[in-house]
Structure formats: C-alpha cells, structure tokens
Write a protein that binds this ligand. Structure first.
Ligand code: ADP
Ligand code: MG
Length: 257
C-alpha cells in the first residue's frame, strides 16, 4: 500500500522542508520506497537532498503544466530507496498559470497517481502559502503532516490552514486526513517550549507526534552540504529524532490497518 503525505503549513520557517528531507531519508533507510515531491518554488528540498538545479531537465513544473509524465521527472538521490521530483524557480509561475488550466486543483493528484504504486510513501513539501500549489498537494494527498515551530504564536494562522483542509475535504478530497502534528525546533532550555507543547496538545490531542524535534545545529547545516541528516551526521540528535519520527509514522500506519 502506498501513501501520499503533504507536509504543509503556510508559515515559512517551521520545518516543512527539514521534515520532508529527513523524514523521507529515514523512511528510506528503514527500507521504505520513498518519493519526495518538491512543490515549493524555492526548491529547498531539491538542493537539500543534493540535486543541482542547473542540471534538472524536468521539474515538477513540467509535470503540472506541460503534462510531462512524472517518471520523466523522477531523479535518484544518494540514498537508496529515496527519489525526488525536483522543483526549480520555473515553478514560481505555476501558481498563476494554473488558474486558467482545466481541473487546476487536480493536476498533481492525476500525475502522482501514475507512479503511486512504485512507492510506499510520497512526501510533498508544500510552499509557505495556501495557494493552488498547496491546494493541489492537499487534493493529491491521503493525509497531511503539520509541522509547528515551538515558539510564540505557534497556533497563529493554524485556523486558516485547518479551514483550507476542511474546504479541500468538502470539495476536492473527501478522504484527506490529518496524519499528525509535529512540534519542531524545541529549545529545551526555555519554559516557552513546554508551554507551546501543552497548548498544541490541548488543541490537537492524540494527533500530536510523541517525537518532538529539538533545535539541532547539525540539522541546519546538512542542507548546505546537500545531505540528509542521516548521511551528514548519523550520530547527531537530529538523526536520532527523525529516525524516531519515521518509526512513529510507520507504526501508526500499521496500527491503522
Ligand atoms: P520551512 O520549509 O517550513 O520554511 P525549513 O525546514 O526550511 O522550514 O526550516 C527553516 C530553517 O530552520 C532552515 O534554515 C532549517 O535549516 C532550520 N531548521 C529546521 N529545523 C531545525 C531544527 N530542528 N534545528 C535547527 N534548525 C532547524
Ligand atoms: Mg520549505
């Protein structure tokens, strides 16, 4: 069985890309066949996993707009079982170009359907907005992971995101579920972090992952080396927690079956 998970939050800098790359790499290291789909024009997942954007022949833009078959956009990474559909800056135009295309909300879903069977997990790294690229991702997905940074105003903006999820559930994808809420960048030295955890747990209850991602310098260094944390520094705290998260994701799926 394969599962498509969107990693979404319209706030920037909450850990969407870090989670896409490292959860994807950890799932792959546990033997799962994983496809990362970079649908953020910034292309941070693409470069973060070691793809040189200048060498990209077909990116997610070509899949969405030019009807390129996704198989012709999939690239290998340095990690076994981990593949990626890259994004380049070309994608920046897609948000506007999509407006006038037929079945504009369904294009990613239709494309990914063609390769879904080849993967256990497809993770979509969403842009920091609730525009058509995120709508396409939520429409294509079976579920959504919401990363929340452990900081002041952590819950701010979440009602907009949840509202969008509900609208997509109502009109485009009735089976969309919330896979889990992930607390990120916890600074264990402050009380604030603990308060945010309590607040988020009160709101989302059992949807909150037990694994909480702390601040870890190695996690922030890895992308500039084009590496996932398990390659860059397998003994770091960052590698440990993302591996834990991957196990939790797998465990919930087994429990659900
Ligand atoms: P988003 O994709 O939501 O915009 P990113 O994953 O790019 O967020 O994270 C924002 C910044 O914070 C990046 O520079 C990233 O390297 C850094 N970062 C993310 N998670 C952590 C962490 N747990 N510890 C330290 N730095 C992190
Ligand atoms: Mg990002």
């Amino acid at each position: 069985m394969s599962k498509i998970i969107a990693i979404a939050n319209q706030k920037g800098g909450v850990g969407k890309t870090t989670t896409s790359v490292n959860l994807g790499a950890c799932l792959a290291s546990l033997g799962k066949r994983v496809l990362l789909v970079d649908i953020d024009p910034q292309g941070n997942t693409t470069s973060g996993i070691g793809i040189n954007k200048a060498d990209v022949e077909n990116c997610i833009y070509d899949v969405l707009i030019n009807d390129v078959h996704p198989r012709d956009a999939i690239q290998n990474t340095d990690i076994d079982n981990l593949k990626v559909i890259p994004a380049t800056i070309q994608l920046a135009g897609a948000e506007i170009e999509l407006v006038s295309t037929i079945s504009r909300e369904l294009r990613l879903k239709k494309s990914l359907h063609q390769v879904k069977d080849q993967f256990d997990y497809i993770l979509i790294d969403c842009p920091p907005s609730l525009g058509l690229l995120t709508i396409n991702s939520l429409t294509a997905a079976d579920s959504v992971i919401i990363p929340i940074q452990c900081e002041y105003y952590a819950l701010e903006g979440l009602s907009q995101l949840l509202n969008t999820v509900r609208l997509v559930q109502k009109h485009l994808n009735t089976s969309l579920q919330i896979e889990g809420v992930l607390l990120t960048m916890l600074d264990a030295r402050t009380n604030l972090g603990i308060q945010v955890i309590e607040e988020v747990k009160k709101y989302f209850q059992s949807k909150v992952y037990q694994t909480i991602i702390p601040r870890n310098v190695r996690l922030s260094e890895a992308p500039s080396h084009g590496q996932a944390i398990i390659t860059y520094d397998p003994r770091s705290k960052g590698a440990e927690v993302y591996l834990e998260l991957a196990k939790e994701v797998i465990m919930y799926e087994q429990a659900a079956r």
